[in-house]
Design a protein around this ligand. Sequence first.
Ligand code: SAH
Length: 237
Amino acid sequence: MTASGFDATVLTLYPELFPGPLGVALSGKALETGLWGLKVVDIRHFAHDKHRSVDDTPFGGGAGMVMRADVLGPAIDANHDGAAPLIYFSPRGRLMDQALVEEVRDAGGATLVCGRFEGVDERVLEARPVMEVSLGDFVLSGGEFAAFALLDAVVRLLPGVAGNAESLAEESFADGLLEYPQYTRPREWEGKNPPEVLLSGDHARIRTWRKAEAERITRERRPDLWRRYTSEEGTEQ
Ligand code: SAH
């Protein structure tokens, strides 16, 4: 590990996509000031035939191309620090959630493999300690978009990146609930006013209202999170 709080290594066929969206705003500033580091590796450098091919047709037939094990394997071996999680983005993987983001942050770094085409030769996933991670139940054209999402979520948790540690503690998922509704100026907009309690200056009442709203929204929208929240509350008592 270097001096930065998090070291990301990204293996991709499209290195020009990086830092992309990670180069602006909070994550961009943090990258500039060394709060995290990003190394981008072009998988194509590990191609060894004269056409520099990285993919081939699938055994057994079928549509599309598959990334070759004899290119991706050496690309991983040359760039992966054994202590860090090695992640391959894939719709078959563990769904990305805040718990995974925190695990990756705690590891201090990660090697992220971005697939393209129909995916990668299965033997690489078996022969290296790969964790498959999915951004959601849909199909992207490449793992790069999942890498942006994971790195953005990790970097904003690093010390010194987000301005206000309190806002991290209060937002969605921090306590297993979705966030309560937020309001700002102007006080009246299209004839609508914010809930009176928020203008009361009574901090205890505001806290109670926000918690009740967070619980209502979670119960209504995400029964899965609500069940986990209520069962965890139960075991704490
Ligand atoms: N044939 C594959 C999809 C390949 S999409 C299938 O049916 O499962 C090409 C690449 O995009 C994948 O190798 C993977 O790295 C990335 N990708 C696609 N969908 C993704 C998702 N939901 N989460 C994370 N990565 C994804």
